[in-house]
Design a protein around this ligand. Sequence first.
Ligand code: DGJ
Length: 739
Amino acid sequence: MGIVFDREKNTFTLTTKNTSYQMQIGPLGYLLHLYYGRRAEGCFDYLHLKRDCGFSPNPYELQNDRGWSLDTMPQEYSGANGGDFRLSSLDAETARGQRGADLRYVSHEIRAGKYALEGLPAAFDRGDECRTLSITLADKTSGLQVELLYGVFAEQDVITRAARIVNRGDAAVRLYKAASVCLDLPFGEWELLHFHGRHTLERQPERRPLMDGIQSVASKRGASSHQHNPFVILCEPDTTEDAGLCFGVMPVYSGNHRTDIELDQSGSVRVVSGINSEGFSWLLEPGQHFDTPEILLTCSVSGLAPLSHTYHRFIRENVCRRYIPLAERPILLNSWEAMYFDFDEDKLLGLARETKELGVDMLVIDDGWFGHRDDDHTSLGDWFPNTRKLPHGFDTLLNKITDMGLKVGLWVEPEMVSEDSELFRAHPDWALRVPGRQPAISRNQLVLDLSRGEIVDWLFETLSGLLSGLPISYIKWDMNRHLTDLHSAALPADRQGELAHRYVLGLYDLMDRLTRAFPDVLFEGCAGGGGRFDAGMLAYCLQIWCSDNTDPIARLTIQYGTSFGYPVSAVGAHVSTVPNHQTGRTTPFGTRATVAMAGTFGYELNPAKLTAEEKAEIRRQLERFRALRTLIGEGEYYRLTEAGKGRFTAWQQVSPDQGETLVSLVLTQPEANPKPLHLKLKGLDAESVYTLQAADFYGCNADMPALRLSGAALMYAGVTLPIMLGNTPSMQMIWKKSE
Ligand code: DGJ
């Protein structure tokens, strides 16, 4: 396992536990991609036959060899304006207007450990887990060098990739495109599984065959977006949860991203992923370099479930900079759906008392505590307490809450500014806007120019002031609009194309400094729910509010889609009130908890409005979650059904030692005279015997008999559930391995 350079064949082979990845320095120094897939020994250049393809040009030096074209050979990192008409990876222009890139091999280096990227989050080596391969390619005309960076995490089956573009010439070069990854899959049939959506309906999976030409998954909203999550999967048509070949492409990036997938004239597929090049340009002065965001690649040879497991583990262990197991994180009650903006000191203290009485660990004070904010028109940027609502000061209030034995969390939206704010009045030029044009307004707010160091410094000082002066254990970091009017008062005219990426670098810098300065504060990401749910944010935020939609039935598909790439420990999920504030639907209390337990679990309601019975139910829910949260947070997650299809949605968590499993099911379409409900479990030890510890039904009258079954019986014959009738009832079953 690891990285091997074969001098004779000129191949680089990266081997992980289950996969092989191979490249070759081909004719004229072009770096060819030979293979990525199930682990296999050998040199795979025999796969790529020379052939004369009409209108596919040949490099000048090979003019007598019509069989070799950049347009038909699989490339490792494609150039532009040469002989490859497929997707380019790098496109640059010199001061003399020489456009494109012709990249040829120069040198390589294999070293222990993991490469680092400047200013960007990236996977890290916890100690002797990773080896780095760096291959340098050069474009003679522009003087650009590209260092292709590969981090081989052999045991984890993950290969990370990024590119460092260095200007070795003596004049500035402008980049128009600098992809992180180019991955050619020359053979086979492929389907694209991607996760699209909108505010309050994020990450809806869609799987479809590739069509000829280019299909894209992209955002130019300045954030990874609700609309198109950057994570995509390519799979063979017959790939299921448990069998078949599939590849994951996961950008560790939170800004404008783009993954293009091209099915070309030869039936070959090219995936190019990285920063969205629309609107992007970057001026590289001599000696300067540009690092692209990292992409986490994995290949599963046995279906989608193992692919998800690989990402879940990898994000927890090698991406989250300071992972805290779910069992050690506070269970919270959030004030947003409980009170929205309508609170003051008394109301918050009342909420805190109720929260404590329920046995919840932390009260989060959401939007509305600062400036003179009573609605979403004002005060973003004025990160000091609202003296009308909190007349005795913030510290008095927070101390009173912590004296009750509760932790306190606070909502902030640091990247934004309201026109009606002291900050905006003092620094109108801190907001993004194109001179001479009124900026687009979204949720009555503007975006601060995080590409500017002094604004990032100001935010760091301001937030540090809050965090160091007050007993705050948790920050909910929100972002409630997307970027428009991209123009920075601080950048020269010829660098405005850098702004969107510089914004993200500023954000990462801020988050990096804050999380280092306050290592004990738990950061939860949020962008109007799950509008920035990506591996970049997960480097700093252990959890991300998955959606502003708290309806458990809507959450089924949202959390299902999210589960393909992201671990349960990252999924912010709360029990809210009924009728649900987003959909108006009424669901059983227990069903809301069943669904929220496929995430970090917490509450988003006002306990003062609950009945004594409901409060008792909350205590039971807390007990259940506390007992199971290691299994929930760090166990293997299995999708037992396709959410949103069929009568019910079911999923399962299995402890790493296969000793315990939680099975959850929500019946979304109860039927009269129903067919039996039958489930096959997954991930158990076939040889062991499991005992049913609990089978709890919510929103219906049903019962299960005592059962002791082998893992094989549970997985291959399955279990038949009792009839469940009612409005969206749910079930939780716990099975434990018998000694
Ligand atoms: C959007 C978030 O997703 C909500 O949970 C809440 O924090 C509001 N913003 C507050 O403005």
